[in-house]
Design a protein around this ligand. Structure first.
Ligand SMILES: [Zn+2]
Length: 512
């Protein structure tokens, strides 16, 4: 009898390892995530982690979503995802209204809690019962009265399943287990999408300070705050070097990477992570390089631009008084820069300034493959140092421009993406509403890829402007982006706190 019992236990052992014991949660795994209110009509009234002077300078644990004066009150609040109700009380916050908390279990086993505060019930809408299951999008309650105006206090956290919470914390809310709600939702929308292959979380929430170095096997060497790491093609960290000073840039220097520190110290690391020689170059640096014609051109702390020799041991030239660069292009010996002060500056590769114009609005520069450079600003297209080419009817500013090998020009003005043929006639236009942030346009075969610092990703068919695929990853006004479509069919994007690998053909959908 006792032997049989032992045999049964031994047979069961393999099934007790974690991969077998993670049973389906009571309310199912999350398969989709959305916002609790309509983010096209609601806006952020108080952001996550900002200090509140009405609350002793403590930090906000939530995002406060406001639906407009006179229209916020009574609006429905929806479950962001399938989950289990862990708290549901109309009175738990006293005169600050009711609270509902849901527990969500994701396919990787991670658990998040979403809390909805300042809610009220009505005759038609009652709070869900505790310990019941809700589906994504179910109405949980309505926006109630709150100070200073009716709004939803919306929290995401990884602990405290059924505590209504103080709303503000003395310490950093992240350390207290709270998460930035919009970031969690946008990221899980991507991580649950069919195109998602892998992602790696970064310490730097603002995205890559300097573009990662891409190696032939599609692995990446990247800087993340005080460490340099190599990422395998499938998204794993192969090695990591911890830095003792503040680094601002990585340079790809002949079978090694040169780390540029802000004080002008340079440190070589080989592709296997072994630390090599170091030297000082006698200039302070403040940011990422631009690389016209494989030259390294870096901004300095005192507002100059410095060009380094290919081995990064010498300074070739130095040009003072160059504001921060938002966009650059190089062609035919001309380096065109757009700056944060809305200047278009054209230099030659010896550092001589050939042209310097202040524009009415922000703009972009692009290479014309058949020769020359194109500037897009003030709603017009300009060929640099030749006649004005095109004055489009759009009056909006900024955006991005890209010129294809065959001379077609693509311009995005932060609302409409337009394609022009060689004769500068409009071939097609497509409206891309809700696309914000600084935009990069790239052409891959017959697909134009648009990526913004606010996390919009859109793939558009070049022939007719048809939308192939659109995604929204988390990005904000602090974000920088970098991306590369690898030979392995993986689109790697570095943005706000992560590097994500997306399957290109899945992203293209109908256009593949
Ligand atoms: Zn709040």
């Amino acid at each position: 009898m006792r032997t049989w019992w032992l045999v049964c236990v031994l047979l069961a052992l393999p099934w007790l390892t974690p991969q077998y014991v993670m049973a389906q949660p009571q309310c199912g795994f999350v398969d989709s995530v959305g916002f609790p209110v309509d983010v096209d009509t609601f806006q952020l009234m108080q952001d996550f982690a900002v200090p509140s002077y009405r609350h002793r300078g403590w930090y906000h644990t939530a995002e406060d979503w406001f639906g407009g004066r006179g229209t916020s009150y009574g609006q429905p609040v929806r479950a962001i995802a399938a989950g289990r109700v862990t708290l549901s009380s109309p009175i738990v916050w006293g005169r600050d209204g009711g609270v509902v908390i849901l527990e969500h279990t994701f396919p990787d086993g991670s658990i998040y809690y979403s809390q909805y505060g300042h809610l009220i019930e009505s005759d038609a809408v009652r709070f869900p019962q505790p310990y019941t299951c809700v589906a994504a999008g179910d109405i949980l309650g309505l926006v109630g009265e709150a100070r200073p105006a009716p709004h939803l206090h919306f929290e995401i956290r990884v602990r405290n399943a059924d505590l209504p919470g103080p709303g503000y914390t003395e310490r950093d809310p992240i350390e207290e287990g709270y998460r930035r709600p919009s970031q969690m939702i946008r990221n899980w929308q991507i991580w649950l999408s069919p195109a998602h292959r892998w992602h790696l979380g970064l310490l730097d929430e603002t995205g890559p300070a300097t573009p990662p170095i891409s190696l032939g096997d599609e692995s990446l060497i990247f800087l993340d705050t005080d460490r340099v790491s190599r990422l395998t093609p499938d998204g794993r960290v192969l090695w990591r070097v911890n830095l003792e000073q503040t680094a601002v840039a990585l340079l790809d220097t002949a079978n090694s990477v040169t780390i540029v520190y802000d004080n002008g110290h340079m440190q070589q690391v080989d592709y296997d992570g072994a630390v090599q020689q170091s030297w000082d170059i006698g200039s302070s640096f403040s940011g990422a390089p631009i690389t016209p014609n494989n030259l390294y051109v870096l901004p300095t702390a005192d507002g100059a631009l410095v060009a380094l020799s290919p081995n990064a041991h010498e300074i070739l030239w130095r040009v003072p008084d160059i504001p921060a660069i938002t966009n650059w292009a190089f062609e035919g010996g001309l380096l065109a820069l757009m700056t944060t002060t809305r200047e278009l500056i054209v230099l030659d590769l010896n550092g001589a300034i050939l042209q310097r114009d202040r524009l009415d609005g922000s703009g972009a520069v692009a290479v014309i493959p058949s020769g020359g450079l194109l500037a897009y600003a003030n709603g017009g297209l300009w060929q640099i140092q030749t006649a004005r080419l095109e004055n489009s009817t759009s009056a909006t500013q900024g955006g991005a421009a890209f010129v294809a090998e065959d001379g077609r020009v693509f311009v995005f003005d932060n609302e409409v993406l337009s394609a022009f043929d060689n004769a500068r006639q409009v071939v097609w236009q497509v409206l891309l509403p809700g696309v914000t942030g600084t935009t990069t346009l790239s052409l891959y075969g017959d697909v134009l890829l648009l990526i913004t610092t606010q996390g919009n990703i859109a793939a558009v068919r070049v022939s007719d402007g048809g939308l192939c695929g659109i995604l929204h990853i988390y990005g904000d006004e602090r974000t920088r982006t970098w991306h590369r479509l690898g030979g392995d069919g993986v689109l790697r994007i570095a943005i706000a706190g992560q590097i994500v690998g997306l399957d290109w053909s899945t992203l293209l959908g109908v256009c593949d």
